[in-house]
Design a binder for this molecule. Structure first.
Ligand code: RP5
Ligand code: MG
Ligand code: MG
Length: 277
């Protein structure tokens, strides 16, 4: 089974809090570890009770493993257990209890739009990788402001929002800067066609995100929207917005470091499309 790694990174993101070290052999909740006593951390942004966050658990008993009003507290990984009213990370221990930077107790649902095209040279010819001889794909990537890592321009599913809308909305906000753009309507029109195409779902489940804790974790649905002919999205004016510092088409390649478990999603895209990885 998969062992989460980034969810055990020594320093909790955006803080000086150090996770209690969890060795590989003790990640699973099934492994008895009576001395385990993780550090508790709740980021100030969450403790300030913003609308997107749950209340503290002492004054709050949500319906876990259920659709709780408009908040989906079900996991793509199946039913999760709880301990002292707190949901338990389905992948095991992380060395931090509480919610950290995440708003929801339990699963925090996101969506990841992977917009791709074939890489071409100045003459418009497809480019293959010198070693693998397979054609290269490129995807629209953003440099996250929070950690400086390259990532898929994904984001959180709003309560009650359809995932198909989250995919298009987050792409528009982070890669096209739709929130600031004067031609919002025109942009919307240009990408609606792409996001209305079926798309290839490459992943649905737990994300090995550095913000995960023992009681709160990221899950996503990653969908690939591919511009086969290279004449629809390829010409879009990319502009970083919201939590993105930069945006760029980057080569789909196993050597490219990416945020959280995003590499794993790109690998699926490359394999499905018989492209270089
Ligand atoms: C990752 O965090 C997901 O895969 C998604 O890309 C992202 C969503 O969080 P924000 O971008 O809203 O911070 O786990
Ligand atoms: Mg966003
Ligand atoms: Mg985002």
């Amino acid at each position: 089974t998969f062992l989460h790694v980034k969810a055990r990174s020594p320093v909790y993101p955006g803080s000086d809090t150090r996770r209690s070290p969890v060795p590989d052999a003790k990640v699973s909740w099934e492994t008895d570890w009576p001395e385990y006593s993780p550090v508790t951390y709740t980021a100030p942004s969450v403790a300030a009770k913003p609308v997107w966050a749950d209340p503290d658990i002492d004054s709050f008993s949500p319906r876990f493993n259920a659709l709780d009003g408009s908040v989906d507290r079900r996991s793509h990984e199946g039913d999760y257990s709880t301990q002292d009213q707190r949901p338990l990370n389905p992948l095991g221990r992380t060395g931090v209890s509480g919610r950290g930077l995440l708003g929801r107790w339990g699963p925090n649902h996101a969506a990841d739009p992977i917009v791709s095209r074939w890489k071409t040279d100045e003459a418009g010819q497809r480019v293959s990788h010198t070693a693998s001889k397979l054609p290269l794909l490129q995807f629209v990537s953003i440099k996250r402001k929070d950690c400086g890592e390259w990532a898929i321009p994904g984001g959180m599913v709003d309560p009650g929002e359809r995932v198909s809308l989250t995919l298009q909305r987050e792409f528009s906000e982070e890669a096209l800067n739709s929130l600031e753009s004067a031609n919002r309507a025109e942009l919307h029109q240009r990408i609606t066609q792409l996001f209305n195409s079926p798309g290839l779902q490459v992943y649905k489940g737990y994300v090995d995100d550095p913000r995960n804790t023992d009681n709160a974790w990221m899950e996503t649905v990653a969908v690939n929207f591919h511009d086969e002919s290279g004449d629809s999205v390829s010409s879009l004016p990319l502009e970083a917005g919201d939590d993105a510092g930069q945006v760029s088409w980057i080569d789909v390649d196993s050597a490219q470091p990416l945020y959280a478990s995003h590499s794993h999603f790109l690998e699926k895209v490359a394999k499905e499309r018989h492209a270089h990885w």
